[in-house]
Ligand binder design. Structure first.
Ligand code: HSE
Length: 400
């Protein structure tokens, strides 16, 4: 038998308990051991529920219990998760987490401590909810030089954008539903401003290249300025609007960006709707592989956490190597990125001036009264923002 402890019994923690209970038999067969939740750390009591007798309020009860071999954290946030992770790993207990803040802030350090103590720091659920993507990058894709990763990595914003498109409601109204469904973060600013997707692409990029990509270095824009008019243009141009998290290498330089993009049907990410996430990985031998599935919510995220628990139990006393060194990779300033830009302007703006300013430009008219839009293609972001100033744009979006 393997005993584990859960830190946090909220949306994800309770999902982990539910999966370990409902799928106990199949998990035991595949692991070769029964997995039992011995303790749950939470501020609440959960009186009258099946877990009331295993709830504790002191982390030391878990840390000092030699019987507990895996600590599973689903609290979120940097502290106290970081302190708990360090303490558990130093005692040789594997640590499984869905906490992308913890992983993005301390990934290389926690992996090093896990290695030193012959245990594992596992975080499959920190990116893409229930989609297997961390283990595939660490194992299945090891033969590849990864050239590019493009993802829809935040379920809340994809859910909001999908419903804005279909129902024409403003984003703030749909956000309330995303919160009620357990997709959004406690502070949904992290979702709608793109910070959550930014941490996730930083984690994936770090694992893809084995060095540390800091999320603070990635230019990030969210969806709060997207309006229903933008969707009218997108429809007229046969495109959708998606919050993309992207990273790629070119001429030895590392690029990464998180921003809303107009995406055409030639890109498979344009078909990804609702809370679904998808990650398109381009390898130099493999070509493209796409990972697609439930990107947020209790059971999908918990399913990925349980996959880590199984991995940890199977590898008791054995550290499974993960390449993520703390050497920092410089991410190029977004001014260097060559992009295509969609721009909405008042119809008083001269099209001739637009044509003179941008060498490769096309127009989209008759969609919203008193304005038109143009797409300026193949321009460095720094140059574009300098040149577009004179047109007093109502909206600017990137185009894939
Ligand atoms: N708030 C996150 C999302 C949860 O919406 O994708 C999963 O990481």
């Amino acid at each position: 038998m393997a005993s584990i402890a859960l830190l946090g019994y909220g949306t994800v923690g309770s999902g982990v308990y539910e999966i370990l209970t409902k799928n106990k038999e199949t998990i035991s067969k595949k692991t070769g051991k029964d997995i039992t939740v011995k303790r749950i750390l939470d501020l609440r009591e959960f009186k009258g529920t099946p877990v009331e007798n295993i709830v504790v309020h002191d982390i030391n009860v878990i840390l000092e219990d030699d019987d507990i071999e895996v600590v599973v954290e689903a609290m979120g946030g940097d502290e106290p998760a970081y302190t708990y992770a360090m303490a558990a790993l130093k005692k040789g207990k594997s640590y499984c987490t869905s906490n992308k803040v913890l992983v993005a802030n301390h990934g290389p350090e926690l992996l090093k401590v896990a290695k030193e103590n012959n245990c594992n720091f596992l975080f499959e659920a920190s990116v893409g909810g229930g989609i297997p993507i961390i283990r595939p990058i660490n194992h299945s894709l090891t033969p590849e030089e990864i050239l590019e990763i493009d993802g829809i990595l935040n379920g809340t914003t994809n859910y909001i954008l999908t419903r804005m498109n279909k129902e024409g409601l403003p984003y703030s109204e749909i956000l309330k539903d995303a919160q009620a469904l357990g997709f959004a973060e406690k502070d949904p600013t992290a979702d709608v401003e793109g910070f959550d997707a930014c941490r996730k692409i930083a984690i994936l990029t770090s694992l893809a290249y084995g060095k540390n990509v800091k999320f603070e270095d990635i230019h990030t824009e969210g969806i709060t300025k997207i309006s229903n008019e933008d969707f009218k243009y997108a429809e007229a141009m046969n495109k959708g609007v998606k919050l993309l998290a992207r990273s790629w290498r070119e001429d030895g330089k590392q690029y990464a960006i998180v921003a809303p993009y107009m995406v055409g049907e030639d890109c498979p990410l344009s078909f990804v709707s609702g809370v679904i996430n998808a990650i398109l990985v381009k390898g130099n031998m493999l070509g493209d592989a796409m990972f697609y599935g439930s990107g947020a919510g209790s059971l999908p995220t918990a399913s990925a956490v349980v996959s880590d628990i199984v991995e940890a139990v199977k590898n008791k006393g054995n550290h499974v190597p993960v390449l993520w060194e703390d050497e920092v990779v410089k991410v190029c300033d977004h001014a260097e990125i060559v992009s295509n830009f969609f721009v909405r302007v008042s119809d008083t703006v001269s099209k001739d001036d637009v044509k003179k300013t941008f060498s490769d430009v096309s127009f989209c008219e008759g969609v919203v009264p008193s304005e038109y839009a143009f797409v300026a293609s193949g321009i460095k972001e720094g140059d574009f923002y300098e040149k577009v100033k004179v047109f007093d744009a109502k909206q600017i979006l990137r185009v894939m």
